[in-house]
Design a protein around this ligand. Structure first.
Ligand code: MRU
Length: 348
């Protein structure tokens, strides 16, 4: 059984409040789409696939509360619900992917009564959540083959069970390697400023008895130079058609360091994170977050009042720095433009 950060039952979408981890394990019940949108916006739930799963449940809850008898007026209002959910965070494409899937599904059901479409949308949201775990398990199986025995693996941010429907993308590969008896261990970058590595990756790996050592973000280069890191695995928020990868701020720095030290740099992400509509990383929207995340740690002020601050939440790692992209359909390397196109269309 994998830990699931989002649980849905009978019209209630429960999410563990990731802002409070690791010291408090509090679950928040959302009962309408506004509640789900707030949870995504305020980072109760975060991580690209988890945001997609939450948005799917949000879309259903919004659909459920629409009072309309005919499909056209139902769908016009459903699109507004989806627009509110879509406006919560800009970078993780899984959010838009999940909402598009819910909208397409509703359209495909338009011959049926609105009441039946609502029920079908509830099942579709549950399917998105379940599929995400299966996808991560498959990614783990493909990715595990790349991990050597006794590997010391660096990861950045949290791309684990907490960031997905369960099991994780990057940490799913780690879990699969451990399950294969490879005696792996993880170095977790703390991931300033939101500290997803310190608070979330360390928490979930400890819970699973996977050896984890926490480091500050600026320590990775030193440890690489000392031969203490065998490979890097990160998740992704959006991958362009050419393989350029947006992920948590600081990922690019790690990728440059890995290249310098000849260390493999892997990205583990589901097909739903690939955005074929974006040719390269320059087209990926990067979220800028509030300055307080940089100037403060909790209630403690760390910087002088009024200092100018930048706080981009993501950066883009050029495909040339990525050794391989691990997906649920297999591993892509080399010519990413060709490889991604092939894997996205595989099984269609
Ligand atoms: O701002 P966050 O915490 O939502 O950012 C999360 C990340 O950058 C993750 O690495 C990414 O979403 C992959 S999660 C499987």
């Amino acid at each position: 059984m994998t830990f699931k950060p989002i649980e849905y039952k009978d019209g209630v979408c429960r999410m563990i409040d990731q802002r409070l981890l690791p010291t408090e394990e509090i679950w928040i019940d959302t009962i309408d789409y506004h509640g789900v949108a707030d949870a995504i916006r305020t980072m109760v739930v975060r991580g690209a696939p988890a945001i997609g799963v939450a948005a799917a449940f949000g879309a259903y809850l919004g659909a459920r509360d629409i009072e309309a008898d005919d499909f056209d007026s139902f769908f016009a209002r459903f699109e507004k619900v989806c627009a509110v959910l879509a406006a919560t965070r800009p970078t993780a494409v899984n959010l838009f992917w999940a909402l598009d899937r819910m909208k397409s599904f509703a359209k495909a059901c338009q011959a049926y009564p609105v009441a039946d479409i609502k029920i079908a949308l509830e099942y579709e949201a549950m399917a998105i959540a379940d599929e995400d775990i299966r996808v991560n398990l498959a990614m783990g199986r493909h990715g595990e083959a790349l991990i050597p025995e006794n590997a010391r693996i660096l990861t950045h941010c949290n791309a684990g069970a907490l960031a997905t429907g369960g099991y994780g993308t990057a940490l799913g590969v780690v879990r699969a390697a451990q399950a294969a008896g490879k005696n792996v261990s993880v170095l977790a970058d703390e991931t300033r400023p939101f500290l997803q590595g310190a608070r979330l990756t360390a928490w979930e790996l400890q819970k699973d008895n996977i050896p984890v050592t926490l480091i500050c973000d600026n320590m990775a280069g030193y440890l690489m130079s000392k031969g203490e890191i065998d490979c890097v695995i990160v998740g992704a928020d959006r991958i362009a058609a050419n393989g350029d990868t947006a992920n948590k701020i600081g990922t690019y720095t790690v990728a440059v360091l890995a290249k310098e030290h000849g260390i493999p740099f892997y990205v583990a992400a589901p097909i739903s994170t690939i955005d074929m509509a974006i040719a390269d990383g320059s087209g990926i929207p990067i979220e800028e977050r509030e300055s307080r995340e940089v100037t403060h740690c909790g209630d403690k002020q760390l910087a002088p009042t009024g200092v100018a601050v930048r706080n981009p939440a993501f950066d883009v790692t050029p495909a040339r720095l990525v050794t391989a992209i691990i997906t649920e359909r297999g591993v892509v390397k080399g010519d990413y433009l060709k490889g991604i196109n092939t894997i996205v269309n595989k099984g269609r």
